[in-house]
Design a protein around this ligand. Structure first.
Ligand code: ISE
Length: 342
């Protein structure tokens, strides 16, 4: 039976801030075979608004009741980072598929618990929202590099800029909340595992809190000697930008932002810079949800990041925090990959 013949997947969305609301609206307007059956947010008014924008699904006042509601087939978690692991575990306990926004957890121990619980069930129920894996530009450079046309990839160079961050943002917060994307992207683009991490950081302006580290540079060394580096600058002021470049043996390929128009104004000719990730990665978010919904309806594995990828990212993130604090490179030893993820 093709997915076109199946009943729509009823999705519950937990956390309806900017990202959760965008996911709910995307599910409602742009993803075949899905409906938003239920929403929850700590702020009931925000949940009601997300429901109104996404087809009028039931508004819950308790995330666990939502997860266990028989009318909900699958869950999308876009709540704050520190409750991701707990909510994902609750979805596993209910035996329901879940797409958890990144990071899967905020500590390695929690991510390990999630992976252990999924391995115990023996079914791949968890996807993690590293949406760059669905961005057409990232997909294109990965396919080119892995086609062999320009030799194999040697170095991955990333740029990740946010317009602004909370006052006094710490390096550890950026590593957990933002740089996980760059870590996942480097592993996915290069193919292979990382053996050590080095992170340095600085404060971009003297008026910021002295502990602020809002510009980080990450260096990852792969077990086979290949390299990745990424700049993560969260107070870049001018807008939102993400690029990845793969330097290969006989060529290089870099992602481009989806520029729809060249604008001439105020004595300049140029391309507008998106203000945030919701606009820069809209196509990727829709592609990610489309694959996630289809994978559940067709009974196959989601093509995006797994709980294992979420755990590895968290291990490298914690190594990065250690490196930032000690000033030294942090070696990484990964646990053995369970068969479920091979
Ligand atoms: C946010 O959660 C994202 O996922 C964005 O892609 C990232 O650029 C931003 O720093 C995060 O806060």
């Amino acid at each position: 039976m093709t997915s076109a013949n199946l009943k729509p997947l009823s999705v519950g969305v937990i956390g309806t801030g900017g990202m959760g609301t965008r996911h709910a609206v995307n599910l409602h307007t742009s993803v075949p075979g899905a409906r938003v059956a239920a929403v929850y947010d700590l702020d009931p008014a925000r949940a009601a608004q997300a429901s109104a924008l996404s087809g009028g699904g039931a508004v819950f006042d308790d995330p666990l009741r939502l997860i266990h509601d028989p009318a909900v087939d699958a869950l999308l978690i876009a709540a704050p980072d520190d409750v991701h692991a707990r909510l994902t575990l609750a979805c596993l306990a209910a035996g329901k598929p879940v797409l958890c926004e990144k990071p899967l957890a905020t500590r390695v121990a929690e991510a390990q618990e999630v992976v252990a619980a999924e391995v115990q069930i023996g079914r791949r129920l968890i996807g993690v929202g590293f949406m760059r894996r669905f961005d057409p530009a990232h997909v294109a450079i990965r396919a080119l590099a892995h086609s062999g046309a320009i030799g194999s990839p040697l170095l991955c160079k990333g740029v990740h800029r946010n317009a602004s961050a909370a006052f006094g943002v710490r390096g550890a917060t950026i590593l957990v909340n933002s740089a996980g994307h760059d870590i996942d992207s480097a592993r996915w683009l290069m193919g292979g595992e990382v053996a050590s991490v080095r992170v340095r950081g600085l404060r971009s302006r003297p008026d910021l809190h002295p502990d602020t580290r809002d510009l980080l540079v990450l260096e990852l060394a792969f077990a086979d000697g290949r390299l990745a580096q990424a700049e993560v600058y969260v107070n870049a002021a001018y807008g939102y930008e993400v690029t990845a470049e793969l330097v290969c043996q006989s060529g290089a390929a870099i992602t481009q932002q989806p520029d729809l128009s060249l604008v001439r104004a105020a004595g300049q000719r140029g391309f507008a810079v998106p203000s945030d990730w919701l606009s820069r990665f809209q196509e990727a978010y829709v592609a990610e949800l489309t694959d996630w919904v289809a994978s559940i309806r067709e009974g196959r594995v989601f093509s995006g990041a797994s709980a294992w990828d979420g755990l590895v990212t968290m291990i490298l993130t914690e190594a990065g925090i250690q490196s930032l604090e000690s000033g030294a490179e942090a070696p990484v030893t990964l646990p053995e990959q369970p068969n479920l993820y091979r």
